[in-house]
Design a protein around this ligand. Structure first.
Ligand SMILES: *Cc1c(COP(=O)(O)O)cnc(C)c1O
Length: 397
């Protein structure tokens, strides 16, 4: 078969992993709805089980539709390999199960995706693992906590919902200095925005549910890293944990990826328009967006986010809790929902929704003020998003 060569992001996202098989020649990988696969003879069966020969066995260990997506995902992140899984949380928890054992320690940034935070704060402890939550914006504090038991440095950037920016290269260097594996959840900034592996990070995880699939119609996740790391994680961990991605999900994610670059361009453009509008609005106190020159770590963002700043932003309304809730009640086209990275613009009010179980004091300590609103800008006509916000802002007191 001809081996295609390509270097551009959009080309890779469209063509990598897709190998039409003749005589049918389907341009997309077929959906192999099969739990198990027939061995042509006993020798082949034995060889496949002994990893002496590549080939299908059973879909928890590999399915051609999912394999094709994994090739595309690895090409996208410039990784040696990828494992596609049933959810972003499955990818994340699989990594912790893989690298940690009784007595291990892990250092993580304070601002984490809610599911990741809950797993680390409330679950992994029962296996005898110690978790340190530290602000990665101050790496000297991280370094002080490193000891012989430290197995992982784990973080996200930009963070949710305050869009804090962490210096990826500096974390990678710290990891290398002490031979500790570094992991970055790159969900908010898929390539070409951020390329963590190029900056020295060992392993990248994604919730494919967000930008990469991009159509708010699947839950999916992935782990990317060197071929050696990926082979080890697959054989020692994900094969057994069982968070297998279904072939139909793989088909949808692959279809979403084909338009990722075109979509990201529009997310970036729309977010810039919305930020410009909010930043000049009298009822808005602060806007958090890494692309703003007034952002605390804009310089770091500018150096590591090379393909725009993405579609997520947050802002604080002057009227506090009432104004935050009020805005939710008055937007019309923008949907009131969590999640991000889909075609639709989504808005949420952390104080009354995602962070409502915390007290006002706890929330404020974490920077989640009552007037804080998170907006994931979609792909609608930019002026329609702005005018929906403009109208809702008029309506709030
Ligand atoms: C959504 C999300 C996750 C979890 O992914 P699921 O696909 O919902 O399991 C993890 N990290 C980040 C940053 C996310 O936004």
């Amino acid at each position: 078969m001809k081996k295609a060569r390509f270097s551009g992001d959009s080309t890779k996202n469209i063509h990598a992993g897709n190998k039409p098989e003749f005589p049918v020649g389907a341009i997309n990988p077929p959906i192999y709805a099969s739990s198990t696969f027939v061995f042509p003879d006993v020798t082949v069966g034995a060889n496949r089980f002994a990893f002496k020969e590549k080939g299908t066995i059973y879909s928890r260990w590999g399915n051609p539709t999912v394999d094709a997506l994994e090739e595309k995902l690895a090409a996208m992140e410039g990784a040696g390999g990828a494992i596609a899984l049933a959810s972003g949380m499955c990818a994340i928890t699989s990594l912790f199960y893989h690298f940690l054992q009784q007595g291990s320690e892990v250092i993580v940034h304070t601002a984490l995706y809610g599911g990741t935070f809950n797993f680390l704060a409330n679950m992994i402890g029962k296996f005898g693992v110690r978790v340190h939550f530290v602000d990665f914006q101050d790496l000297a504090r991280v370094e002080k906590l490193i000891n012989k038991k430290t197995k992982l440095l784990y973080f996200e950037t930009p963070t949710n919902p305050l869009m804090q920016v962490i210096d990826i290269k500096a974390v990678a260097e710290l990891g290398r200095k002490y031979k500790i594996v570094t992991v970055l959840d790159n969900t908010f900034a898929p390539p070409p925005i951020q390329r963590p592996l190029k900056l020295g990070i060992d392993i990248v995880v994604h919730s494919l549910t967000k930008y990469i699939n991009g159509h708010s119609d699947v839950i999916a996740g992935a782990i990317m890293g060197s071929q050696m790391q990926i082979d080890a994680i697959r054989k020692q961990t994900t094969f057994f944990l069982g968070g297998t991605m279904s072939p139909f999900t793989a088909f949808l994610v692959s279809r979403g990826m084909a338009t990722l670059i075109a979509r990201l361009d529009r997310h970036n453009y729309n977010a810039e328009k919305v930020v410009e509008f909010l930043d000049n609005h009298p009822k808005v106190e602060t806007v958090y967006y890494p692309g703003l020159v007034t952002h605390k770590n804009h310089d770091i963002a500018a150096s590591q986010m090379n393909g725009g700043y993405g579609g997520v932003l947050a802002f604080v309304l002057k009227g506090g809790y009432r104004a935050g809730r009020g805005l939710m009640e008055h937007v019309q086209m923008i949907r009131l929902a969590v999640s991000l990275g889909g075609v639709e613009s989504l808005i949420e009010h952390p104080a009354s929704m995602t962070h409502s179980e915390y007290s006002k004091k706890e929330r404020e300590k974490a920077g989640i003020y009552d007037g804080l609103v998170r907006l994931a800008v979609g792909l609608e006509y930019a002026e329609d998003i702005v005018s929906d916000l403009r109208h809702a802002l008029v309506m709030i007191k």
